[in-house]
Design a protein around this ligand. Structure first.
Ligand code: HEM
Length: 419
């Protein structure tokens, strides 16, 4: 690992390119290792499957955002300033412990049950088909030299599909989505430019405030209007909780699934034998999606937690008031849980992976993400033969520790004839 500060590894560009190699070393070394995150915060990294699973369900690793600024500041290296985050976006369930977490989550669970999500299937298929039609039209009108230079799968499919679905669920106008993507990327990647993060948070908060105000004045029969008027146990969601909820759903709803689709297609391109098996037997698709999630988990690390007391992880004691990062990719490549874990195999039983987290914060959108992943990749396989249209070494991974996904994936497409 490249840079070190105070004897600790700094998770930087080398790590973003290949976090797996680093996790393998850390799993062998200790149950938890202190590292420095890109913003200059010291954090304990947990990379073994059993420890990760336990930590995610252990309330002594708190998610209460109110404690975060102080603890982040005291864990900064070399007296650097910890970046601040607009607190109007922070008051959502992923930043709270029970009972606040329970209250907020209860308000939205009914919109995300497997049954409710199943009702969206035909619409998700329709949106996907529309995007694939556009890709086919582009492939047909461009001369072969241009097609071979590639179409970016992220721009053409992986990004627009989930953002369109979540915007429709919340009845959010799609016109702001490009701006939204820039703010959201800046916030999710975080990193050393605290001013840029702060500015993006401010713009996002303004935008969502206007949206909530609009919904309050013009309620529709959509799920977001329902939330604006929801009462739970006699309590209304206050303005900041509403803005934060919209923020969480919009960001979680697309920053993650984009990586599932892109990483899944990338894995099939790198493993043509597995792609052939999948084309030959489409009943393998749900299992293949689980293996994409396990092998290249779209969320690299769970979001940060802080210790409310000294906590033992394996033979390491993580002191009170520490920042803790549970590595989902580390856990999902642990050979003690998944035999031959570094081998990509769409037929392995990949169930039990931690790509959607574990415990009370287990991903609310998991049924939606799985459905979007299956429809996007299944339909792409139906419609096109595809090949990587770039030197594999030139592909760039998103720069940051939270997400694991390619920035772009150039593919050349050949429409498949009717079978
Ligand atoms: C492949 C796609 C996705 C992956 C890999 C993923 C992963 C995760 C993970 C790991 C967590 C837990 C984080 C932690 O404990 O620190 C989480 C929580 C969450 N996810 Fe997802 N997610 C995905 C898609 C979605 C979608 C489509 C939505 C829906 C809008 C969504 C909404 C949420 C919400 C609301 C939470 C917080 C739940 C809570 O705090 O109780 N996610 N997700």
């Amino acid at each position: 690992m490249g840079e070190k500060i105070a004897g600790l590894d700094v998770l930087g560009p080398e790590y973003f390119t290949d976090p797996h190699a680093y996790h393998t070393r850390m799993r062998a070394q200790a149950a938890a290792t202190e590292v420095v995150l890109p913003g200059g915060t010291k954090a304990w990294l947990v990379t073994r499957y059993e420890d990760a699973r336990q930590a995610l369900a252990d309330q002594r690793f708190s998610k209460d955002y109110r404690a975060f600024p102080g603890i982040m500041q005291r864990n900064q290296v070399d007296g650097e300033e910890a970046g601040e985050f607009d607190s109007s976006l922070m008051q959502h369930m992923l930043n709270m412990d029970p009972p606040d977490h329970t209250r907020l989550r209860k308000l939205v669970t009914k919109a995300f049950t497997a049954r409710r999500i199943e009702q969206l299937r035909s619409r998700v298929q329709e949106i996907t088909d529309g995007l694939l039609d556009e890709m086919a039209a582009k492939a047909a009108t461009t001369d072969s030299a241009t097609i071979n230079s590639g179409m970016d799968l992220v721009d053409a499919l992986s990004f627009p599909l989930p953002i369109t679905v979540i915007c429709e669920m919340l009845d959010v106008p799609l016109d702001a989505r490009d701006e939204f993507r820039v703010w959201s990327n800046t916030l999710v990647l975080g990193g050393p430019d605290a001013e840029a993060v702060q500015a993006a948070a401010g713009r996002m908060a303004d935008y969502l405030t206007r949206l909530v105000d609009h919904k309050r004045a013009n309620p529709g029969d959509d799920f977001f209007s329902e939330l604006v008027h929801a009462e739970e146990g006699g309590e209304r969601l206050d303005q900041l909780e509403l803005i934060s909820m919209a923020f969480l759903l919009l960001v979680a709803g697309h920053e993650t699934t984009v990586n599932l689709i892109t990483n899944g297609v990338h894995l099939l391109l790198r493993h043509p034998d597995q792609a052939d098996r999948l084309r030959a037997d489409r009943s393998l698709l749900p299992g293949a999606v689980e293996e994409f999630l396990r092998y290249e988990s779209p969320v690299n690390h769970a979001t940060i937690r802080v210790t409310v007391e000294d906590v033992e992880v394996g033979d390491v004691v993580i002191p009170k008031n520490s920042v803790v990062v549970v590595s989902l990719n580390g856990a999902n490549r642990d050979g003690d849980r998944f035999p031959d874990a570094d081998r990509f195999d769409i037929t392995r039983p990949a169930g039990g992976h931690l790509a959607f987290g574990h415990g009370v914060h287990y991903c609310l959108g998991a049924p939606l993400a799985r459905m979007e992943g299956e429809i996007a990749i299944g339909s792409l396989l139906d419609r096109f033969d595809f090949a990587l249209a770039a030197d594999p070494e030139s592909l760039r991974w998103r720069q940051g520790t939270l997400m694991r996904g390619l920035e772009s994936l150039p593919v050349s497409l050949t429409p498949r004839g009717p079978r």
